[in-house]
Design a protein around this ligand. Structure first.
Ligand code: AMP
Length: 220
């Protein structure tokens, strides 16, 4: 299955995409993760993207489209993937359509993570992940059972994203509203849009999503 998860930062797309990769083996392709890896490695793309990401703005379509084009051409993406954080602009969506048509392929569905913006700042400003296994936590909503120790792997080392702070979140939300929300009518017209209530707990969102994916699979 080839799916897109769309939603503002903090809506839980990444959490669900990582879970589905772990539980169902559907590859998660996060352009944010790819860019953070590029920044960490000091590559040319990373050097260009670093300050843009820190400001909460969008990296250029040309860079992002090339990155995704290279990635989905890899053999492990043949069977399917979840795009998490891509496309974020109409130009990216159009480029994706061309890539998939060229591969004689198509999207199976686009899932919107619907969430009330008032809770996003708390979700984002409080979040951190285990350095070792990548498990996600939140100071307010999901602290580890034992303070400072990862529930999953026992590591005591955690990391926070440079752009997960109150000031940058506002710019990221503005970018989402101005540049990414127009994708909703774009995919609605193609008959691909579905949604989950992302205000619910992780467990409830997981259930709702799993049943949507079953429907999607049945009609694929
Ligand atoms: P994310 O991890 O998806 O929240 O992305 C973190 C940051 O990476 C964003 O705020 C953007 O600066 C950049 N980024 C990630 N994906 C894209 C994309 N599809 N288009 C443009 N910029 C992106």
């Amino acid at each position: 299955m080839k799916l897109i998860f769309i939603g503002p930062p903090g809506s839980g797309k990444g959490t669900q995409a990582v879970r589905l990769e772990r539980e169902a083996g559907i590859i998660q392709l996060s352009t944010g993760d790819m860019l953070r890896a590029a920044v960490a490695s000091g590559s040319a793309i990373g050097q260009q993207a670093k300050s843009i990401m820190e400001a909460g703005e969008l990296v250029s379509d040309a860079i992002i489209v090339q990155m995704i084009q290279d990635r989905i051409a890899q053999p492990d993406c043949k069977k399917g993937f979840i795009l998490d954080g891509f496309p974020r602009t109409i130009a990216q969506a159009e480029a994706l359509d061309v890539m998939l048509t060229d591969q004689d392929s198509h999207l199976d569905g686009v899932i919107e993570f619907q969430v009330d913006e008032t809770i996003l700042v708390k979700r984002i400003a409080g979040r951190f992940t285990c350095k070792q296994c990548g498990e996600g936590y939140n100071d307010f909503l999901k602290p580890p059972a034992v303070d400072g120790v990862c529930d999953i792997c026992g590591s005591t080392e955690f990391k926070r994203r440079a752009d997960d702070n109150t000031e940058t979140v506002k710019t990221r939300l503005d970018a989402y509203r101005a540049q990414t929300e127009p994708l909703l009518p774009y995919y609605r017209e193609k008959g691909l849009m579905m949604s989950v209530d992302a205000m619910n707990s992780i467990e409830l969102v997981s259930k709702e999503l799993d049943s949507l994916l079953l429907q999607c699979q049945a009609s694929a």
